[in-house]
Design a binder for this molecule. Structure first.
Ligand SMILES: C[S@@+](CC[C@H](N)C(=O)[O-])C[C@H]1O[C@@H](n2cnc3c(N)ncnc32)[C@H](O)[C@@H]1O
Length: 381
């Protein structure tokens, strides 16, 4: 491990070590004291990243690969949520002892998994582990702390577990991740909730809203997804398509204002298969968009929403049915406001969301001006 970070690193020895396994009571008392007294490193909003020494592989392997981790880390759920296809190229950044590698290797069985870490001892350990476990599609590599070293447009999926808080200058790092993604590529960040009973020291924990903002600053569109992890959140991100008021929901639905021909083409390249327009035929650009969608081989669905009068059960049902089709959807109106509003209605009617949760989901999908009306409508239902 780099000498310069060693003094700082010793400080969070178990704070970060316990980042992946609940400490024993003895561990906790002992190292908690170190966290409090010796951490000269990062502070809240740590743009410099939370430095820590991970060179003692045997010690971290005992923690990171402890059988009891599965109960709270839920690695099968995490990897399933990455939606990896067999031929994909996957990068695990800050891969550590290689906890996720066997699952990633199986998911990308005809592709490749890059196991990346700044700590040479971890990289050597993963090389040995991959050989011992006959994981033929793993390549372990040492990377720089500020650069994942990935070729432009080469990666389908990036996984970063319990590591984002160790990275400094994260907005610039996010931009590098964006560069590395193929069209349709995605980044997944898993890290500790503020109130998790173990994990990095409180000041080093980064809330999901901040992760989303850091990824957005790097040109990605990010969202927290629904999961069942008891102590952690999952944020996913993909390249922004430069759509007006672009959002990406936890169901991987893109919402936006009116797309033009170029943005529709980008959406199609990124994997969108269906465009759902909530505009009326009389609104500007409707016919042109329909023609462009046909040229691009996109399915075009029209659900005209006439402002508040169009926020009906029928329209929410039509949207829900359209979204039940396989593939990725772009739902848009003129500004994104009606898209968020109708998705709020759908969440209430079909996803058992409370009025409050439905309106929140709508806001995350672009609902702004119509929030009051949506709340009123749902309260009446
Ligand atoms: C808490 S461990 C997590 C390991 C693994 N992801 C897991 O979930 O078991 C953090 C890992 O990130 C690595 N790391 C720290 N800073 C990094 C950076 N800037 N870029 C890549 N890896 C980093 C460390 O060496 C360590 O192996």
């Amino acid at each position: 491990m780099k000498k310069m970070s060693l003094s700082i690193s010793l400080a969070c020895a178990l704070g970060c070590g316990s980042a992946t396994t609940p400490p024993t009571s003895r561990d906790h008392g002992h190292h908690h004291a170190h966290d409090e007294h010796d951490d000269h490193g990062s502070r809240e909003g740590n743009a410099d990243g939370h430095h820590h020494d991970f060179s003692d592989v045997a010690r971290y392997s005992a923690r990171f690969d402890a059988p009891q981790r599965e109960a709270w880390q839920r690695p099968d759920e995490v990897v399933a949520a990455m939606n990896i296809q067999p031929t994909m190229t996957v990068a695990d950044i800050g891969a550590g002892t290689g906890y996720f590698l066997s699952r990633l290797s199986r998911a990308a069985s005809e592709g490749q998994v890059l196991a990346l870490d700044v700590e040479p001892a971890m990289v050597a350990h993963m090389q040995t582990r991959a050989a011992e476990e006959s994981l033929g599609n793993i390549e372990a590599r040492e990377i720089a702390p500020d650069d994942p070293g990935l070729a432009a447009g080469s990666i389908d999926r990036v996984l970063i577990v319990n590591t984002w808080h160790h990275i400094g200058a994260r907005e610039a790092y996010a931009a590098k991740l964006r560069e590395a993604l193929k069209p349709g590529g995605e980044v997944m960040i898993v890290d500790f909730n503020h109130d998790a009973p173990f994990g990095p020291p409180a000041h080093a924990r980064i809330p999901p809203e901040q992760v989303i903002a850091e990824l957005s600053a790097g040109g990605l569109v990010a969202t927290a997804i629904t999961e069942s992890l008891p102590h952690q959140y999952i944020v996913i991100a993909r390249s922004g398509l430069a759509l007006r008021n672009e959002r990406w929901t936890s169901e991987r639905i893109t919402t936006s204002g009116q797309p033009d021909a170029a943005t529709l083409a980008r959406a199609q390249q990124a994997g969108v298969t269906q465009v759902i327009s909530l505009r009326r035929e009389s609104e500007p650009g409707f016919a042109e968009e329909q023609a462009t969608a046909a040229e691009l081989g996109l399915q075009f669905v029209s659900i005209p929403v006439d402002d508040v009068a169009g926020l009906t059960r029928e329209n929410a049902t039509a949207l829900h049915e359209a979204l039940s089709a396989p593939g990725q959807a772009l739902v848009h109106c003129g500004s994104g406001n009606r898209a968020g509003a109708l998705l709020a209605l759908r969440a209430f009617l079909f996803q058992s969301a409370s009025v409050e949760d439905a309106v929140d989901a709508g806001r995350r999908a672009g609902l702004t001006r119509l929030s009051g009306e949506v709340t009123e409508i749902l309260t009446g239902w």
